[in-house]
Design a protein. Structure first.
Length: 362
C-alpha cells in the first residue's frame, strides 16, 4: 500500500455515486435531461467512470486537455465542451468533442470548415446572455440570424439547442422571469428554423432549486450539473438529497503553540498584497497545517470537521487555525479534516502537491 503523503483530497466514490443518482433521478422525474459537469474535479478518472455509468446526456468540462483525458478513458457518454472554443483549438474541438457551446458566429463559421475537413458533424448549442454578462448573444436578432445560418448554410454543424448561464459572473439568480425569457427566445429560434430544439438548457447547479420546487418552466428540459454532485450544496442551498462531505481535505499539523491573536509590530500587506483583519482575543492556542492558498485558493472555503477548530487565515503554504476550543487535543503530526467548497475543490484537484485518495465502498 502506498504511503499517504499529506495533504490529501479524499473522494468518497460511494457518496458521489449516490449524489449523482439522486440528482439525475430528480431531473428525470421532471423530464429534464442532465449534463454532468466534471471540471470541478479536473475530470478525475474515477469520478468520470461514475458519470459514465449513470447514463447522462453528456459529460462536460471547460478545458480541451480534460476532454482529451476523458476521451482516453474510453467513456461511452458523449463529451461536451462548455467554454466557448478558441479559434486556435477548433481542430481538437471537432476531433475530441461531440458538442460545444457557442456565442460567436466567427468561431462557428471556422468550426464548420473544420468539421467539414474532418468529415464529422459537430453539435452546437447557442448561449444567450440574460443579464449575467458572461458569454452569450445579447441581441435576439443576432441569435436568430446565427441559428438560421447554422441550419441553412453549415451542414456539418447540428444545432441542438439554446442555453443560458447565470450566477457565475454577474451573480444573477435564476428565476421564473429569466427562465421564461429563455423559453421565449428558444421559441423564436424554433419558429425561424422550422423545427423544435432538442435542448433548452436552463443553466447549472444554481438553477436546480427551481426544478426541485416546481417553478421551472416545462419547456426547460436540460441542466448542466457539477457543483451539486461534488459538494452536495451550492451557495448555502442544500437540496436534501445529497451528501455534503463526499470531497474532503486532510492536512497534517506541523506546529501547535500558544501565541498572541494580534500580530506584533508595524502592519503592512500580506504575501498576497492584501490587508489582513485581526481580532485581539488575547493569547490563543494556534495550529498550522501544511497546506496553503496555492493549494486551495481561499482558506475560508474550508470548514473544519472537528468541533471547536476555527480557520483564521492562510499564507501560500500554511493554514492557520485557532484550536483553543477544539473538542480534542491537537498535536504535531495529527491529521485534520475539512469539508471543502467547489471553489477550493477546483484548486485541490488540479495540483500535484495534493494527493487524491479514494474511499470506495466496493
Amino acid at each position: 500500500m502506498n504511503k499517504i503523503q499529506y495533504p490529501v483530497l479524499e473522494l468518497d466514490l460511494g457518496q458521489l455515486k449516490e449524489n449523482l443518482a439522486a440528482l439525475h433521478q430528480c431531473c428525470q422525474d421532471s423530464s429534464v435531461k442532465m449534463i454532468g459537469v466534471i471540471k470541478g474535479i479536473t475530470a478525475d478518472k474515477e469520478v468520470a467512470k461514475l458519470y459514465d455509468a449513470e447514463g447522462l446526456s453528456y459529460i462536460a468540462t471547460s478545458r480541451i486537455d480534460q476532454i482529451r483525458h476523458l476521451k482516453e478513458y474510453g467513456l461511452k457518454t458523449p463529451l461536451m465542451l462548455i467554454r466557448i472554443p478558441m479559434l486556435s483549438e477548433l481542430q481538437d474541438v471537432v476531433s475530441l468533442c461531440d458538442a460545444s457551446l457557442h456565442s460567436d458566429v466567427t468561431v462557428l463559421r471556422a468550426l464548420s470548415k473544420e468539421a467539414e475537413k474532418q468529415n464529422k458533424v459537430h453539435q452546437v448549442m447557442l448561449m444567450i446572455d440574460l443579464g449575467d454578462l458572461r458569454e452569450g448573444f445579447w441581441d435576439p436578432e443576432e441569435l436568430i440570424d446565427c441559428a438560421v445560418e447554422i441550419e441553412k448554410e453549415h451542414p456539418y454543424l447540428e444545432l441542438i439547442g439554446v442555453g443560458v448561464n447565470l450566477s457565475c459572473y454577474g451573480s444573477v439568480k435564476p428565476n421564473l422571469r429569466n427562465m421564461q425569457g429563455l423559453v421565449s427566445l428558444a421559441a423564436d429560434v424554433e419558429k425561424a428554423i422550422g423545427r423544435e430544439l432538442p435542448f433548452i438548457s436552463g443553466g447549472a447547479s444554481t438553477s436546480f432549486y427551481m426544478l426541485q420546487n416546481g417553478s421551472m418552466p416545462m419547456r426547460v428540459n436540460n441542466l448542466r450539473i457539477g457543483e451539486l454532485i461534488l459538494t452536495g450544496q451550492i451557495n448555502g442551498y442544500e437540496p436534501g438529497i445529497t451528501h455534503l462531505s463526499a470531497c474532503k481535505l486532510k492536512a497534517e499539523v506541523i506546529e501547535v503553540r500558544e501565541k498572541p491573536s494580534f500580530p506584533v509590530g508595524e502592519l503592512e500587506v500580506d504575501a498576497f498584497g492584501e490587508v489582513g483583519h485581526y481580532e485581539d482575543r488575547g493569547i490563543r492556542k494556534r495550529a498550522l497545517v501544511a497546506v496553503g492558498r496555492v493549494d486551495y485558493g481561499d482558506p475560508f472555503t474550508l470548514t473544519p470537521c472537528m468541533e471547536g477548530v476555527e480557520v483564521l487565515g492562510a499564507s501560500s503554504d500554511h493554514t492557520i487555525l485557532d484550536v483553543t476550543d477544539a473538542k480534542e487535543e491537537i498535536r504535531v503530526g495529527d491529521v485534520l479534516t475539512f469539508r471543502v467548497k467547489y471553489s477550493s475543490l477546483v484548486y485541490l484537484s488540479n495540483t500535484e502537491s495534493v494527493q487524491i485518495r479514494y474511499v470506495d465502498p466496493n
